[in-house]
Design a protein around this ligand. Structure first.
Ligand code: ADP
Length: 165
């Protein structure tokens, strides 16, 4: 049988429960979901690509239909190379919409064979972003409901804080 593959690209710096929610729901729709870390030298990151790969693999170890990878260059080209029919993206707020619409249209122009699909965030996570998780954790705030425990521990280590229970 033909496998339906999708690529879920992003920075994942770091992985949040908002990302995880999209991943868990995404695997229900596709046979294989490739979580793909976009290597972007222009964006400064807290975690290296290797660290991010390791974290996501650890968290998703119980998901046989999820693969974790990293790529450089154009997302559509990576998607085609991996035999994907779709690029999956999450939408939180109106703020995401304009940027995502531009990207989706640009990607369709580059290669119309790959469809961009959007999944709405769960109301529990609409306010969660990697950026605000990093900020809150830097000041010792409680992020236990926003990220998986593996990410909490690593953020605490980066910030030189002991992780909160
Ligand atoms: P990028 O730098 O490409 O925006 P991110 O890691 O910030 O990468 O996000 C990857 C994808 O996950 C994007 O489509 C983003 O909109 C989505 N996303 C991020 N946080 C959430 C959330 N809390 N709920 C739903 N989707 C989310």
């Amino acid at each position: 049988m033909h496998r339906r593959v999708a690529v879920y690209p992003g920075s994942f710096d770091p992985l949040t429960n908002g990302h995880l929610d999209i991943i868990r729901r995404g695997v229900e729709v596709f046979d294989l979901l490739i979580v793909a870390i976009a290597e972007n030298s222009r964006k400064s990151s807290m975690f290296t690509v290797e660290e991010r790969l390791e974290i996501i693999r650890e968290v998703l170890v119980d998901q046989p239909r999820v693969e974790v990878d990293a790529f450089e260059g154009l997302t559509v080209e990576y998607a085609v190379k991996r035999g994907a029919v779709a690029i999956l993206r999450g939408l939180r707020a109106v703020l995401d919409f304009e940027y995502e619409l531009q990207m989706a249209n640009m990607n369709r122009k580059i290669d119309p064979s790959v469809e961009t699909l959007f999944m709405m965030t769960s109301e529990k996570y609409f306010f969660v972003s990697s950026q605000n998780v990093k900020e809150v954790s830097q000041f010792g705030g409680d992020i236990s409901e926003l990220v998986p425990p593996q990410v909490m521990a690593r953020l605490a280590a980066k910030n030189g804080l002991s992780p909160r229970a």
